[in-house]
Design a protein around this ligand. Structure first.
Ligand SMILES: [Zn+2]
Length: 408
């Protein structure tokens, strides 16, 4: 087993679930264990560890002491509750090894490096325990204020700031250098690469996503005694709304993706008609106009249909993440590195959020995909073959070498 695979296997034991997956939520004991191990790996490789205020972890290689600039590479160590072994971890560990490889190449080529290089693991990319997702990278770019990030609470009301303090990762040593590029390698989590028998994708842009959380307001009453005609059942209205979303996506027939994947029922007792229900909906498509058309029509429809069953509704949160174009020079670099290595590469648009998309707000950013078997992700059976992981690592290393040594 090569070093990358051995490292991935080592991290997969931290928060391992019985079905072969990983559950490593932000700010938990297993998150601390993974962070501790990553910091040890950083130090063992002669890199300088840094932990910033939101718990982003950096391993810095000073390759060009006269330069204030740094190229960043990485991803995330947190997972979904039903996470696989590759999502996020792959980009962090491939990044760690690539930084080490570029550092060694610089040592063998004195004077070649013009910039410094660092690996990073961003806090709470998944947004599983704390919302919003992409927390660490968004604080880093200034899109999210540190105090607002600290105040995000989990299902039990514990704020992220407290959870980070509890595991000792509310840090004080931010990155000193000026980030000039960010590159992330990640498993695709869809099946485009597999279907085209390609090794590598250079992601050109992301889809627009609208996340709407709706509170359905009915009335608490006894499930046994309340006459049917008098019930104001918020769960009934919510179930109609979930089906309505699927129908609206089908009616639009534009290939949009949508979900209602989280629900809170109050008081969630078998003997009380649900008086309040919150559902988290999302709609995704590459064209913002399609996202707006579906979601606006959906909202009008559920307001009407809920009123039909005497349930009111209010919008608890409504966030639109616009599609982001990644740095075109980075796309070209990834494609040419893959071609030099003899790999089959293509460009893709992604329907999924990634730290690279958050970073693009302030730093030219690149996202490299390797195939996911069956397109399966956020699932314990997530799998990418070791040879496929190695190809992504090789492309990443060449791209980083180029970025660190390029003139101008
Ligand atoms: Zn991920």
């Amino acid at each position: 087993m090569n070093e990358l695979n051995a490292l991935i296997a080592r991290f997969a034991r931290i928060g391992a679930t019985e079905d072969g997956g990983v559950c490593r939520l932000t700010g938990t004991a297993v998150d601390k264990e993974a962070r501790d191990l990553f910091i040890r790996e950083i130090v063992d490789r002669g890199l300088t560890p840094k932990v910033d205020a939101i718990g982003n972890l950096f391993g810095v290689a000073i390759l060009a002491p006269e330069s204030a600039d740094v190229v960043l590479t990485g991803s995330h160590l947190d997972s979904q509750p039903t996470g696989g072994r590759y999502d996020g971890v792959y980009g962090v560990l491939a990044g760690l090894l690539a930084v080490q490889a570029v550092k060694e190449r610089c040592a063998a080529n004195p004077g070649a490096a013009r910039r410094n290089l660092a690996v990073v693991s961003w806090t709470n990319e998944e947004g599983a325990r704390f919302q919003p997702s992409l927390t660490g990278s968004s604080v880093f770019t200034g899109a999210l204020r540190l105090q607002d990030a600290y105040a995000c609470v989990d299902g039990e009301g514990i704020p992220l700031g407290e959870a980070l303090s509890a595991i000792g990762y509310r840090g004080t040593t931010q990155l000193d250098q000026n980030p000039v590029r960010y590159v992330e390698v990640h498993v695709e989590q869809a099946d485009s690469l597999e279907k085209s028998s390609a090794d590598i994708a250079a992601v050109s842009e992301s889809w627009t996503t609208r996340k709407i959380s709706v509170m359905f307001e009915g009335e608490y009453s006894h499930t046994g005694s309340t006459p049917m005609a008098l019930r104001r059942d918020a769960l009934r209205a919510a179930s109609r709304a979930i089906e309505a979303l699927y129908q609206e996506v089908a009616n639009e027939n534009a290939g949009a993706h949508a979900a209602a994947a989280r629900i809170s029922v109050y008081p969630n007792s078998p003997n009380v008609v649900a008086g309040r229900v919150r559902v988290w909906f999302e709609v995704r498509h590459e064209d913002e106009a399609v996202v707006s058309a579906i979601s606006d029509r959906f909202l009008r429809r559920i307001e009407r249909e809920s009123a039909d069953v005497r349930v009111g509704l209010s919008i608890a949160a409504d966030e639109k993440r616009l599609g982001t174009a990644l740095d075109p020079d980075g796309v070209a670099l990834v494609l040419s590195a893959a071609a030099d290595l003899g790999y089959k590469a293509l460009t893709l648009k992604t329907s999924i959020g990634h730290d690279a998309l958050a970073l693009q707000r302030c730093v030219p950013s690149s996202l490299i995909f390797v195939p996911s078997q069956g397109g399966l992700s956020h699932n314990p059976r997530e799998f990418t073959a070791p040879e496929a992981l190695d190809k992504g690592y090789a492309v990443l290393t060449e791209v980083l070498w180029n970025m660190v040594t390029a003139k101008g």
